[in-house]
Ligand binder design. Structure first.
Ligand code: ADP
Length: 708
């Protein structure tokens, strides 16, 4: 554990600041003094001391809890400058799903039920054959400062019951980002950054506002105390500095997510899913993943392929769900293969593009804000990770990981590894992606063509898993609110500048060990949060909401102030269902013209909601670029398991309004003014239930609303 994690892990003393059921007792002054802020951190020494005092006073653990609670109240009264207190639970990892109680379709148990169903529904790849469970899914967020790092999910689960209370100002003023550096603001030191409202109103009428995550040079203005204390965010003990920094003005509670993206996040599943499409659509379309064999399942075919190649052809072997280069070897002899454990054996790309004679790979960040409709964004910056020794294709060099692997976790141990703090410089063992593009342009390479190929690779990879992910979402999610994923794509370029997909990290590390990391990841995470569009939790009555709107100066511009579950409802009226069925029927013909026009005639409330989300998201784009849907992206629809109605809707919308957005926005706002986007059928008490039609191409649960 590095310093960053150790520091956070120290903050894991559980406290229960919200339980008001215990009567306050008179607190001895000594304990008050002992429990000075920071409120969330009780050093081991102090814990011992507290125990001794407790024993001396003969207090029970219930009384002890009360003491802590009362003490905290006293401290808060004593320190008005600290502002309101957020409850921040240290509990989660990426991808983020907030679970604050919105009292609506999004319920706290959703992700767990989702997780439970993952194992049972995922039958297309026999785990029993390779001896793995879904718990072996790998994540990329465990090791600090390593964007190639991963850790197994169980590591997170073990920390999941811990909670701390932290003053919001403590959190916000403890860190500041300057020139790409995260700087500790010392206690008592003034945070002079300008303050910015943390509320953003939608571009449409009658939509609640969103929480805005300001850039590093600014900090969020205080929220009304009642509001601030209800915003909960679960963090993990390893939640990266840049993430905590982005949360400095607001707080949420997060929970661990298993949305099914391990279907592309595990090396074996990734191969299976892409291979299926390669068989169907050809190697020209889907041949961007090096040929892979999953042992012991594919042992026979590997032996066959091996026999065909000469003995000086290298292969790379990887554990199916590991990370950070662990267990990875480049081999060229059959006896180097171990049949004792599940293994991914992959064609080794022996012709990497070299810079100064050294191999590198690139990390690109991909944000998926929704799987149905599919919306994919690609971040313009990223990281370039170099091996620390010059490349050699000699068989005798294969055992040297400093030559053949580009993981930071491996190369940092080499004395030839050169740290690079300068985000704009083409030097050292780590560059920003923007520097690489500049370098390649100077070399005369066609970077635009390369980027086009990368976009194609990313879309196809996500599409290869969208069927399973959507199935799981349909089975487990009642609302579409906050179903998003940030993925890390690792790509190798060959001498022809052809991109090869190495792997997809479903929880890319956002830790930052250098200012170069901060430069890339700091703005990234803010944009992710802004694109994800968090509302304020729906904890308040109408009057209170009005009061808060007034304080924040947005009274006139919105309908409700807090999260409105209707905006993310998946329930369909009969009228909507009929339209969807008609459109899907015409889509079966395969002729785009058949539905392109008709789908935008007579827009239904569910259509308007999707379009409003889609357009509102676009207002938040800074460094992310939308790669799906676009006016040209309809060619990817054929790779999907089914034509999904909302994909067709966005395709038609792009087709009609991409060159005339203003007109589209005006149309949507005219619906929102009348509140049509909030029309959601009621769930009938007389037996009508949400049912998921197993093979329904609408992929949406249908509620039969007899009143419509
Ligand atoms: P991990 O998840 O452990 O990082 P990767 O699949 O990303 O595993 O592989 C680790 C490193 O090995 C990559 O960063 C890359 O340098 C190298 N590598 C992986 N697969 C190949 C391949 N097929 N051909 C060439 N190099 C590869």
């Amino acid at each position: 554990m590095d310093e960053e994690s150790a520091e956070v892990a120290k903050q894991t003393e559980p406290v229960d600041a919200q339980d008001a059921s215990v009567d306050p007792v008179k607190v001895p002054e000594q304990i008050i003094n002992d429990l000075k802020p920071p409120l969330d951190f009780v050093p081991p020494k102090l814990k011992r001391k507290r125990k001794i005092v407790k024993r001396k006073l003969g207090v029970s653990s219930k009384t002890e809890k009360t003491l802590v609670r009362t003490t905290r109240k006293i401290q808060m009264k004593r320190k008005p400058a600290l502002g309101p207190v957020d409850q921040i639970r240290l509990d989660a990892k990426y991808p983020l799903i907030p679970d604050f109680d919105v009292g609506s379709p999004l319920s706290i148990d959703t992700p767990d039920s989702c997780a439970a169903s993952l194992v049972s529904t995922d039958s297309d790849f026999p785990d029993s054959v390779i001896g793995l469970s879904d718990d072996d899914s790998s994540y990329d967020d465990a090791e600090q400062g390593n964007e190639d790092s991963q850790s197994s999910i169980s590591g997170y689960t073990s920390m999941s019951s811990v909670s701390v209370t932290q003053s919001r100002d403590n959190l916000s003023s403890s860190l500041s980002e300057e020139n790409g550096q995260i700087r500790q603001i010392k206690p008592g030191e003034e945070d002079t950054r300008p303050r910015r409202a943390v509320v953003r109103v939608s571009r449409f009428s009658n939509l609640p506002p969103f929480i805005y995550f300001p850039p590093a040079e600014e900090r969020g203005a205080d929220l009304p105390q009642d509001l601030a204390k209800n915003m909960k965010w679960k963090l993990s003990t390893i939640t990266p500095l840049v993430v905590r920094e982005a949360l400095k003005s607001t707080g949420f509670r997060l929970i661990k997510s298993k949305s099914g993206t391990f279907q592309i996040g595990r090396k074996d599943r990734l191969w299976r899913n892409i291979r299926k499409l390669e068989v169907k659509f050809g190697v020209n379309e889907f041949g961007f993943l090096p040929q892979t064999y999953v042992l012991p399942y594919d042992l026979k075919s590997l032996r066959k392929a091996w026999k065909k190649t000469s003995s000086d052809v290298p292969w790379i072997i990887k554990p199916p769900a590991s990370a950070r280069g662990q267990g990875i070897k480049v081999i060229h002899r059959w006896d180097q293969l171990s049949s004792a454990r599940p293994l991914v054996v992959q064609e080794y790309k022996n012709n990497p593009y070299l810079i100064s004679g050294t191999k590198f790979d690139i990390r690109m960040y991909v944000l998926i804000t929704s799987f149905d409709p599919l919306k994919i964004y690609l971040y313009e910056d990223g990281l370039v990770r170099f091996a620390s020794m010059k490349y050699s294709s000699e068989m005798t060099s294969l055992g040297d990981n400093f030559i053949h692997l580009t993981n930071y976790s491996i190369n940092k141990h080499c004395d030839q590894y050169i740290h690079n703090e300068d985000a704009g410089a083409c030097k050292g063992s780590k560059w920003t992606l923007k520097s690489l593009w500049n370098y390649l342009r100077n070399e005369g390479a066609d970077v635009d063509e390369l980027l086009m190929r990368i976009r194609d690779l990313v879309i196809k990879t996500v599409v290869s898993g969208e069927g399973v992910v959507n199935r799981l979402c349909n089975e487990n999610l009642k609302s579409t609110y906050q179903c998003y994923e940030l993925l890390g794509f690792d790509i190798l370029l060959d001498t022809e500048l052809r991109p090869w997909l190495l792997e997809v990290n479903i929880s890319p590390s956002l830790h930052s060990s250098s200012s170069l990391d901060v430069t890339v990841k700091g703005p990234l995470i803010r944009e992710v949060f802004n694109l994800a569009r968090f509302h304020f939790p729906s904890k308040f009555n109408e009057e209170k909401q009005k009061e808060m709107s007034k304080i924040l100066g947005i009274e006139q511009e919105i309908g409700s102030f807090c999260m409105d579950g209707r905006l993310y409802s998946r329930v369909l009226s009969m009228g909507e269902k009929e339209k969807i069925e008609d459109i899907l029927l015409s889509a079966e013909s395969g002729l785009r013209q058949e539905w392109l026009g008709s789908i935008l005639e007579d827009l239904k409330p569910c259509d308007i909601r999707q379009l409003v989300h889609y357009e509102d998201e676009q207002t938040q784009l800074v460094n992310f670029r939308k790669i799906f849907p676009t006016p040209e992206s309809h060619r990817y629809l054929k790779y999907m398991e089914y034509p999904r109605y909302f994909n067709l809707l966005l395709d038609a919308w792009e087709n009609k309004y991409s060159t005339n957005r203003r007109q589209g926005l005006k149309l949507l706002d005219s619906f929102c003014c009348k509140g049509i986007h909030l029309e959601v059928p009621q769930i009938m008490s007389n037996g009508a239930t949400a049912t998921l039609e197993p093979h329904s191409t609408t992929s949406l649960p249908i509620i039969v609303d007899n009143s419509c």
